[in-house]
Design a protein around this ligand. Structure first.
Ligand SMILES: Nc1ncnc2c1ncn2[C@@H]1O[C@H](COP(=O)(O)OP(=O)(O)OP(=O)(O)O)[C@@H](O)[C@H]1O
Length: 419
């Protein structure tokens, strides 16, 4: 297998099945991103080729993938590679150079829609997306996320699809909707499930923590929590870490979450554009709870189960009350509401409730030794009284029954005034 072909196969397996790269279009639909490479000037003007997988070598040699007759173009002039984040343009040591804008480049990642120049020929990299069928999943659960509403089943369909690939995914949605759970579930459903799942909260983290987080996720998944809260310094560190990952082939899949609308972040300059290309070519939105109230019964059941009450069911009246809540805090707020309801309604203690029911409030407030003596005293008195009663006051019989020394039992009986 020659080197180019090998690169093509490995690039294809990197971007998953089918031809093209999984991406999200402006309308939020998953698409297979392909690029139409169109010659925009020079003697071959008008020629077009689809770049739908792996790499394309452009040059004047008849065996190049896109052959140009321009005499300022070298035999193997440049290589284009379709990646989830855009198109990598690499100059193959051409005589007259490869340019993006005014800059002569060696290797650079450019967004789809860019133009590059080889010698005197301009080449456009045009989007040529193929929409993927957006069928809702049959499942009503994905990892720990539950829901049977069309909105959640559509999300599950998208999550199943992205879990089968290696692409970076930006998960966005309101607070408490389940973004972290969605990321965890992607990892668990992916081929990296046995590798580490490392979470780094970008709000407030020092920039120096980014590199080590990437290293500790080797072979697994790194979740960048809340990129909308990353400071400029953290964004710079992230950008450097992602570049290094690509250059050195570091084996880490990256997922990210954001509460804010990620596109607006880029537009107002709050998120570096290159991070957008690296992290947000695939975006999935977790819908707010108020838009899927039909999920409430199932969610309540799942949360009760998690809280240790699998046998409990909420009545119609209680569910009705939940339905009129605003749930600005989404599923996290629902969880809190349920916890509070459980406390208020004094649900019987769970089997796993902490030991020490005999410790009354009064005992609990005493110094430890005093409380312990008091409790032991009460136990001794109760135990010995019942024992003697069963033995009809016969000390020897009672001692034998309880496995106690007769004299010891006599002292205990005396101490508690039982004889
Ligand atoms: N669809 C769901 N099914 C079951 N539990 C859920 C679901 N969505 C969220 N939860 C639960 O709600 C809580 C909040 O979820 P999570 O932390 O994933 O939200 P988030 O969107 O990442 O929040 P934030 O914006 O604060 O980072 C967790 O206890 C999670 O288990």
């Amino acid at each position: 297998m020659d080197a180019t072909r090998e690169a093509r196969v490995s690039a294809t397996s990197r971007i998953g099945p089918g031809t093209g790269v999984l991406a999200t279009d402006a309308g939020g639909t998953l698409v297979l991103r392909r690029v139409r490479v169109r010659v925009a000037s020079g003697p071959d003007r008008g020629i077009e080729r689809e770049l739908d997988q792996g790499t394309m070598v452009v040059g004047s040699h008849p065996q190049a993938d896109l052959v140009l007759t321009d005499t300022t173009v070298s035999r193997y002039h440049a290589e284009l590679a379709l990646l989830p984040a855009g198109v990598r343009v690499k100059d193959l040591r051409s005589t007259n150079g490869t340019f993006v804008g005014e800059s002569r480049i060696e290797s650079v990642l450019v967004p789809v829609g860019s133009e590059v120049r080889l010698g005197r020929t301009r080449v456009e990299l045009l989007p040529s997306d193929v929409p993927l069928p957006d069928a809702p999943s049959e499942a009503t659960r994905f990892g720990r996320l539950v829901g049977s509403s069309p909105a959640m089943r559509r999300l599950f369909g998208q999550l199943e699809r992205v879990a089968a690939t290696e692409v970076a995914v930006l998960i966005h949605g309101e607070p408490g909707t389940g973004k972290t759970e969605a990321a965890r579930a992607i990892h668990d459903a992916s081929s990296r499930a046995r590798g580490p799942f490392v979470v780094i909260e970008l709000g407030g983290v020092p920039a120096a923590a980014v590199g080590p987080a990437m290293s500790s996720a080797l072979g697994g998944t790194l979740l960048l929590e809340r990129i909308d809260e990353a400071s400029g310094a953290v964004q710079d560190a992230l950008s450097a870490a992602l570049d290094r990952r690509e250059r050195e082939g570091i084996d880490v899949r990256v997922l990210a979450t954001s509460r804010g609308d990620p596109r607006a972040l880029v537009e107002r300059g709050a998120l570096r554009r290159d991070l957008w290309f690296h992290l947000a070519s695939v975006r999935v939105e977790v819908p707010p709870l108020r838009e899927r109230l039909e999920d409430l019964p199932r969610l309540v059941h799942a949360l009760l189960e998690e809280l240790g009450y699998p046998e409990l069911r909420l009545g119609a009246a209680e569910l009705g009350q939940l339905r009129v809540q605003r749930f600005d805090g989404n599923v996290r707020e629902l969880r809190r509401t349920i916890e509070e309801t459980l406390l208020r309604s004094a649900v019987p203690a769970r089997p796993s409730s902490p030991p020490g029911e005999q410790v009354t409030d009064e005992l609990a407030r005493m110094p430890f030794k005093e409380a312990k003596d008091r409790l032991l005293d009460a136990f001794e008195r109760g135990y010995v009284a019942q024992l003697l009663e069963r033995a009809g006051g016969n000390l020897s019989r009672a001692a034998a029954e309880a496995g106690l020394d007769r004299n010891h039992l006599a002292r205990l009986a005396k101490k508690h005034n039982l004889r």
